[in-house]
Design a protein around this ligand. Structure first.
Ligand code: HEC
Ligand code: HEC
Length: 317
């Protein structure tokens, strides 16, 4: 039985490699997966008074919340005493990891969910950002260059020890509220009195409570609106590849929960997943360990990426 499984896996890998050598694309880069603050911003009144979050005894002013070298720890009981690199960073070049990825590690759609990822995987990605084979010039490249190997190790081990929970709810829709990308942390927010619009071919991730999310509260998650039919189509692609790619589960494990050093995809921010699939296809993420993914994505269309991301995000992490 085991022999049979291994032989059939080997055969599918061989036919996959033969298939992917024939197709070459320059790569798809869906603009909606790479948030940039909109030029036109609605006027939003903001009080400078301290804020409180449900279930937290802490209070922080907006200014303290946006201090990226000392971000809020809303629920100290849950995180204990994170390593200094996570809490404070090493200013001025490396901001605190916990400011963008949150103290929970689950982050925002425009950053990344790194909670419970294998420490070796996180260390490898920091090395890829540092050498520049993986590009995020506005943030992670500079941060990875500024952080010592020791701090990379302690941050990676810390985030690897976090337990991810369901953080994004996936909802299939035709119509949704109009939104814009805010200058505040490049987060997409509902446009006040903006009415509705068609989803089209994209994923829109919005915070369930914008005040709590922009306050870096790790208890207030996101809803990802996806086109109708995406989740079922993604499930079919992820399990068999339907002639376009190879089963994601072979490497990312059952339920896409991760396998060995291969990261989990279950429950990640779906716009992050599309961003990475695009980055592998266009060569923006091209570490030696990304060579496998370059093959995997070579025949995928934007719609395939949307479907795979919607499906993976809908799974329990
Ligand atoms: C200013 C915001 C910011 C800070 C501070 C920050 N990150 Fe990031 N991080 C990001 C963004 C944005 C991405 C997504 C990059 C992309 O889309 O490729 C990211 C991605 C990552 C990834 C890749 C995740 C994956 O699944 O492959 C790792 C690992 C990471 N960050 C670790 C860290 C560590 C460790 C620190 C602290 C030393 C840190 N980050 C600080 C914004 C930040
Ligand atoms: C042959 C093994 C293999 C297969 C099959 C595979 N992956 Fe991967 N995947 C990897 C490896 C290894 C990495 C880590 C790459 C790196 O280190 O840069 C990865 C990384 C990723 C990432 C980035 C995760 C992050 O946190 O940044 C995404 C997204 C992803 N894969 C999606 C998929 C999808 C969707 C499929 C199925 C269509 C798939 N993969 C199939 C091996 C595989």
């Amino acid at each position: 039985m085991r022999w049979f499984l291994r032989a059939s896996l080997f055969a599918s890998l061989l036919s996959f490699i033969a298939m992917s050598t024939t197709a070459q694309t320059a790569g798809i880069r869906p603009a909606w997966a790479f948030p940039v603050a909109d030029k036109e911003q609605p006027k939003v009144e903001e009080s400078s008074e301290p804020r409180k979050m449900p279930g937290s005894a802490k209070a922080y002013t907006p200014e303290q919340i946006d201090d990226l070298s000392n971000p809020p720890i809303w629920y100290p009981d849950e995180v204990g005493n994170p390593p200094s690199i996570v809490q404070k960073g090493t200013p001025p070049n490396a901001l605190a990891c916990g400011s963008c990825h949150l103290m929970s590690g689950q982050g925002h759609p425009e950053s990344a969910d790194i909670a419970g990822m294998p420490a070796d995987y996180l260390i490898k990605q920091m090395a890829n950002f540092k050498s520049g084979v993986r590009k995020d010039t506005a943030r992670m490249n500079g941060i990875a260059k500024a952080v010592s190997d020791e701090d990379v190790k302690s941050a990676s081990e810390w985030f690897a020890s976090r337990k991810p929970k369901t953080w994004v709810k996936v909802q299939e829709v035709d119509i949704l509220p109009k939104s814009y990308v805010s200058v505040k942390g490049r987060m997409r927010l509902v446009l006040p009195n903006g009415g509705t619009e068609a989803i089209g071919n994209r994923i829109v991730e919005l915070p369930d409570d914008p005040m709590r999310a922009t306050s870096r509260d790790p208890h207030s998650g996101f809803t990802a609106y996806v086109p109708k039919g995406s989740v079922a189509k993604g499930a079919a692609l992820a399990s068999s590849g339907i002639g376009k790619t190879i089963s994601c589960e072979i490497c990312h494990g059952a339920g896409l929960k991760g396998l060995g050093d291969v990261p989990r995809l279950a429950g990640l921010h779906p716009i992050y997943i599309v961003r990475q699939l695009s980055n592998f296809q266009t060569g923006v993420s091209a570490g030696t360990s990304s060579a496998l993914m370059k093959r995997v994505v070579s025949n995928l269309t934007e719609d395939d990426m949307i479907a795979l991301a919607a499906y993976a995000a809908s799974l329990q992490p």
